[in-house]
Design a protein around this ligand. Structure first.
Ligand SMILES: Nc1ncnc2c1ncn2[C@@H]1O[C@H](COP(=O)(O)OP(=O)(O)OP(=O)(O)O)[C@@H](O)[C@H]1O
Length: 235
């Protein structure tokens, strides 16, 4: 579904953050991308969704070449994005934020349907409140639902657990897993929280200095292999 070949990208001319990266994600897979801060995980996500133009390589999604395409094209092609820090509109109400999710693709209408409110009822309770008044966990629920309202085939989440209490992270993980199974959604997750990775991941990829350096398919190993965690995650 997503095929990335020899991708290079960076912020300063002549200095690459990603250097010849390859990644393949099949339909229905849950892939977690792990690694220390500054290894290039967010840079990779931004390149996929069109926020950063690669200097070399190819990104294909569902058979289309989307290398360097504008963000709205990635959204229309079926990629949903929940960025690091959530980026909700703090001064807009919850419902207005959700309506933004309907703008990603033509034909989704203007009215927020009931299902996002059924998944996270707190959003219904707070739908006329300004989004910035909600807790971090509630804002993350909002950001995820805003992305899902665009009916993506691939959902990219960048550190959704950041700054959120563990019980809410767990609830978000369960809700996402159930939704993804029911709708055949593919997930690419950047995350340091191993509980969420184990809940949502089928495969874990470890990133170091702009490349994917190790792949783990046995999720139990993530909880039990101290050497693996020390090598790629400990500071
Ligand atoms: N807007 C930017 N301009 C210049 N350099 C940047 C910019 N954003 C990130 N970088 C640099 O690119 C490198 C990779 O950063 P990136 O955010 O992709 O890492 P990461 O693995 O996602 O880590 P983190 O969890 O800290 O976000 C880092 O050296 C970072 O300082």
């Amino acid at each position: 579904m997503l095929q990335i070949d020899q991708l290079s990208a960076g912020y300063i001319k002549g200095s690459q953050v990603l250097d010849g990266l390859d990644l393949s994600v099949a339909k229905g897979e849950f892939i977690a991308l792990l690694g220390r801060n500054g290894m290039g995980k967010t840079t990779l996500m931004r390149a996929i969704v069109g926020q950063l133009k690669p200097s070399a390589g190819k990104i294909r999604f569902a058979g289309n070449d989307i290398t360097g395409a504008a963000p709205y094209k990635a959204a229309r092609a079926g990629i949903g994005y929940v960025p690091q820090g959530r980026e909700i509109f703090a001064d807009f109400t919850v419902e207005e934020n959700l309506r933004m999710g309907l703008l990603g693709k033509p034909g989704l209408g203007a009215l927020v349907p009931d299902w996002p409110y059924e998944i996270f009822p707190i959003l219904k309770e707070r739908r006329h409140q300004r989004a910035g008044t909600m807790s971090g966990g509630q804002q993350q629920q909002l950001a995820i639902m805003r992305a899902l309202l665009g009916q993506p085939e691939l959902l990219i989440l960048d550190e959704p657990s950041e700054g959120i209490q563990p019980s809410i992270v767990h609830d978000i993980g369960i809700a996402l897993r159930d939704y993804a199974k029911e709708h055949g959604l593919t997930i690419l997750l950047v995350e340091q929280n191993l509980d969420l990775v184990s809940l949502l991941g089928h495969h874990a990829l470890f990133m170091e200095n702009g490349s994917i350096v190790e792949r783990v398919d046995d999720m139990d190993r993530l909880q039990n292999d101290a050497a693996l965690i020390a090598r790629y995650l400990s500071v």
